[in-house]
Write a protein that binds this ligand. Structure first.
Ligand SMILES: NC(=O)c1ccc[n+]([C@@H]2O[C@H](COP(=O)([O-])OP(=O)(O)OC[C@H]3O[C@@H](n4cnc5c(N)ncnc54)[C@H](O)[C@@H]3O)[C@@H](O)[C@H]2O)c1
Length: 351
């Protein structure tokens, strides 16, 4: 069964390709090698057919989709935009790129798609009020953040809420341009499945970390930004009070989730559309990750700055029960050993 990995030279895509090859699966990669992600071409993986090209180019897609049974779509412009000037690139790469991909899959007859989605489609995480009712609070106001009132409040009573795990049926509430494009990708995948009888699994990754993470770029994930600071001998700077809850999941586990989804798709009914959270199941805080990395790298302890970014969410942590029950997948790498490996790595990419 021939697998096409778009973005297969990137942080997550590369790990998927490595694992697929190790399992003996035939793999082709389509990657544009964006210069803001790749300073130099990546090392080729023996046995992998690599095509340098853009997912927005229909002729390239028609070529690479020949003989492909399943597409694992990782190519995207990732991270939170620095400013509004980034918006056209996000929309073009992620929305137009996915539209061209599914249109080409319609032409080729390829019937299975794994889509790299993200927790950002949810916006703020799930909460419970004092009565145990589920609540999804509105964005925090600049006044609250300025005053150091970081915890979201119940819109009715004004009382503080208790964070809960988000599940796939919770309301989607993207809060920025990148998040909007990830949600648009899901809708395009669903439309493709409905109109062609294909099957799509949308994997909503939580905070992915591990060796190979891009660094020294404002678009990098928070773990990479902390690691870069510590490597320069500087304290990792933690926004708010460091108590933001997240679910950090190791890139190897994310790659395993992709292969589990590929196998699951093989036995699906026509027009299947299913979303899955991909998280470790361990709730941790951003401050704890900064402190853990600082310890592992023998660097300065984190500096909690109280700074904030409007639009950041306070807590977002996943229930990955659906992936466990339906895909037979769960994360295997615990945060402590994953961070230790990440801290000691010398091979992450410099942008
Ligand atoms: N890293 C995370 O924490 C995280 C979390 C949630 C979701 N995701 C999603 O996972 C996927 C992979 O992310 P990553 O962290 O590996 O990013 P990455 O930037 O390391 O990899 C993306 C790859 O896609 C390629 N690419 C970009 N635009 C392209 C185009 N137009 N045509 C062909 N190739 C193109 C890049 O060259 C790069 O190799 C993305 O869809 C991202 O939105 C990542």
């Amino acid at each position: 069964m021939m697998l096409l990995v778009t973005g297969g030279a990137g942080f997550i895509g590369h790990e998927i390709v490595r694992l697929a090859v190790a399992e003996g699966r035939p793999v082709r990669v389509l990657d544009a090698l964006r210069p803001d992600v790749h300073r130099a071409p990546p090392q080729p993986i023996p046995g992998v057919e690599f095509v340098r090209g853009d997912i927005r180019d229909p002729a390239t897609l028609d070529l690479v989709l020949g003989g492909v049974d399943v597409v694992c779509h990782q190519a995207a412009k990732v991270g939170l935009g620095v400013d509004l000037a980034d918006a056209p690139d996000y929309v073009s790469t992620n929305v137009l790129g996915t539209a061209e991909l599914v249109a080409a899959m319609g032409r080729s007859g390829c019937g299975s798609l794994v889509l790299a989605s993200s927790m950002v489609v949810y916006g703020e995480g799930a909460y419970r009020d004092a009565q145990g009712r589920r609540r999804r609070p509105a964005p925090r106001t600049a006044d609250d953040l300025e005053a150091g009132r970081f915890e979201p409040r119940d819109p009715e009573s004004g009382a503080q809420l208790e964070p809960a795990l988000i599940d796939e049926d919770d309301r989607l509430d993207p809060r920025n341009g990148y998040a909007l494009t990830k949600l648009a990708q899901e809708h395009l995948g669903a439309e493709w499945a409905r109109s062609t009888g294909g099957a799509v699994a949308m994997l909503r990754y939580h905070n992915v970390y591990g060796v190979g993470m891009p660094r020294d770029t404002p678009y990098a994930g928070v773990a990479a930004i902390f690691r870069s600071s510590i490597a320069r001998g500087q304290a990792p700077r933690v926004f708010e009070d460091g108590g933001q809850r997240r679910d950090f999941v190791h890139v190897h586990d994310v790659a395993r989730a992709n292969l589990a989804a590929i196998d699951w798709l093989g036995a699906r009914a026509p027009s299947t559309v299913r979303a899955f959270n991909v998280g470790s199941g361990t709730v941790t805080t951003v401050g704890e990750v900064a402190a853990g990395l600082a310890r592992a790298m023998h660097g300065p302890p984190p500096q909690v700055t109280g700074e904030y970014r409007l639009g950041d969410v306070r807590h977002i942590t996943a229930s990955s029960a659906r992936a466990r029950e339906e895909l037979g997948w769960s994360a295997a790498i615990d945060l402590e050993s994953g961070l230790r490996e990440f801290a000691g790595a010398s091979t992450d990419r410099v942008v």
